[in-house]
Design a protein around this ligand. Structure first.
Ligand code: NAP
Length: 339
């Protein structure tokens, strides 16, 4: 069965996912595209033989749209995800699930009321081969009980529109999700330390930031977010356990020896670093839909938890203190989530 997909939001990542669903993923076809800017949607749709439609509600209501991908601006996600749930259609929503805790809870409640898993959130790191191997090692107990995690998330540069809060909301949110998943544990507090600021930033920005998280089991996490590091896009993650450690591998890249140096290139862009993870993420999502089973990826509950934790991290940035994370008890409906 071919899964017929409608895409809401034809911006940067929406266009990439349309291409991915058309050229890379098997078993899927993009049949409809919409964007606030109709002139942007039209060529994106035409390129893949789909039609451009008026808006999100129109797209979700189309009888040949089996499943929905939401890649619009974050504050519009809740509206589209709730409409897809109301229509009983599976929906893949790019992160964030919603920009407020209240909207996330409305989505969780709507999904529970509907009685089946329809929502998957776009936390693609869970599909990266290196992180998956880390999780296998941790779950197999190969390094014993995890005690500490050291992470870094570095971008070469950030535009003027990037604000200090976005270090948690747009950048660290990927670590927040993948750490909950890797450790099968919940984050219970957040703190943000402000080191000396780099001169290579816009003056309004606190960069770098060191985020400190504690989990329910007592694991301590330090995460350096440095979005003007200048040298490239660099993701590091090392978990230290009672009997060993496991470290995320750098992406495969040839070692070059020449002109008296020995060097390995560093990725410059997150799209290249996680391209394969995005491909696997969408292939697995389509496979579950084609098989008629519920999605197994990051759930609406994970989207809710990530928003609550990023809110606490932003509060910690402003207050300078340790902020408790108040995640509600996980409903029975999400008990089977991959943890
Ligand atoms: P973008 O380039 O600004 O694209 C968003 C598009 O959605 C724009 O064309 C925008 O139109 C349109 N739009 C806004 N509201 C809409 C609505 N109600 N209905 C239909 N279209 C609407 O942004 P982006 O970088 O692609 O990001 C999109 C989402 O993906 C964001 O939530 C972002 O956080 C997420 N994202 C995730 C990752 C990841 O690593 N997983 C990476 C990048 C982005 P206008 O420009 O006219 O407003």
């Amino acid at each position: 069965m071919t899964v017929r997909v409608g895409v809401i939001g034809a911006g940067m990542i929406g266009q990439d996912h349309v291409r991915r669903l058309t050229e890379v993923v098997t078993g899927a076809e993009v049949v409809a595209v919409t964007d606030l800017d109709a002139e942007r949607a039209a060529p994106v749709a035409a390129e893949v033989g789909a039609r451009a439609v008026t808006d999100g509600a129109d797209l979700i209501g189309q009888s040949d749209v089996d499943a929905v991908v939401v890649t619009s601006w974050g504050p519009t996600h809740a509206e589209h995800v709730l409409a897809a749930i109301a229509a009983g259609k599976p929906v893949f929503c790019e992160k964030p699930l919603a920009t407020t805790e209240e909207d996330c809870r409305r989505i969780v409640e709507a999904e529970i009321a509907c009685g089946r898993r329809l929502v998957q959130v776009g936390f693609m790191r869970r599909y990266d081969a290196g992180y998956r191997e880390m999780k296998r090692v941790l779950d197999a107990g190969e390094i014993g009980t995890p005690l500490m995690v050291h992470c870094a998330h570095r971008n070469a540069s950030a535009p003027e529109s990037y604000r200090s809060e976005m270090a948690a909301q747009d950048t660290a949110v990927h670590e927040i999700d993948v750490l909950r998943w890797l450790l099968s544990d919940e984050i219970v507090s957040a703190q943000v330390i402000k080191p000396r600021a780099t001169t290579k930033r816009y003056p309004h920005l606190q960069d770098p930031q060191i985020m400190l998280f504690e989990t329910a089991a007592g694991v301590r996490v330090d995460l350096e977010v440095f979005v003007n590091c200048r040298y490239g896009y660099d993701i590091q993650c090392e978990t230290v356990g009672e009997t060993g450690l496991v470290r995320l591998p750098d992406p495969a890249s040839p070692l070059v020896r020449s002109a008296g140096t020995s060097r390995v290139a560093v990725h410059q862009d997150w799209r290249d670093r996680f391209a394969a993870a995005f491909d696997v993420e969408f292939q697995e999502w389509v496979n579950t839909l084609a098989a008629g089973v519920e999605p197994t990826g990051p759930s609406a509950w994970d989207g809710y938890a990530a928003t609550v934790i990023t809110d606490a991290t932003v509060e910690a940035l402003h207050s300078g203190g340790v902020v408790g994370v108040a995640i509600k008890d996980r409903p029975e409906f999400y008990a089977g989530d991959v943890r």
